[in-house]
Design a protein around this ligand. Structure first.
Ligand code: ZN
Length: 151
């Protein structure tokens, strides 16, 4: 049963890595922030289109490993239509899930993002999974400077 679940999760990660969603530039994006994970070489640019405090569109460009690409692809899908507060809450839950700080993972709260919960067993890959979210966090705070996971 657990093995089946793990296979399914890996399948979702492979799928998003092969066919990243929202891999495009948003012209006239309201927010644009670059994120970099020097440990792995993952690099991305996140674009957000806002309507008030609601994220109406999200996209990215860049290149990285399978985990970072799947993570940012899933993230751009899931944050569309969310308010800034909802996105921040997801970031917090996702961070706790991937760093193992959560006592029990609230799978329902994170939806498809649960496929990345497995990285908690590989500390070196956690930053690959959280890079997109740290970049989103900076974008939501209206920061424009590139962020690095090593600062
Ligand atoms: Zn990586």
């Amino acid at each position: 049963m657990f093995e089946d679940l793990r296979d399914l999760y890996q399948e979702v990660i492979f799928d998003h890595n092969r066919n990243p969603r929202n891999f495009r530039v948003i012209d006239n994006a309201d927010r644009k922030v670059e994120g970099f994970n020097p440990l792995c070489g993952d690099r991305l640019t996140l674009f957000l289109k806002m309507d008030g405090d609601t994220i109406t569109d999200a996209s990215f460009q860049g290149s990285g490993c399978a985990i970072s690409t799947a993570s940012v692809s899933l993230m751009t899908e899931i944050i569309k239509g969310k308010t800034e507060a909802e996105a921040e809450a997801l970031f917090k839950t996702f961070h706790e899930m991937t760093t193992g700080k959560a006592e029990d993972i609230q799978l329902e709260a994170v939806g498809k993002l649960a496929v990345l919960a497995g990285v908690r067993e590989y500390p070196a890959r956690v930053k690959c999974a959280t890079l997109a979210w740290h970049t989103l966090d900076a974008a939501l705070k209206n920061e424009t400077q590139a962020i690095s996971t090593e600062e």
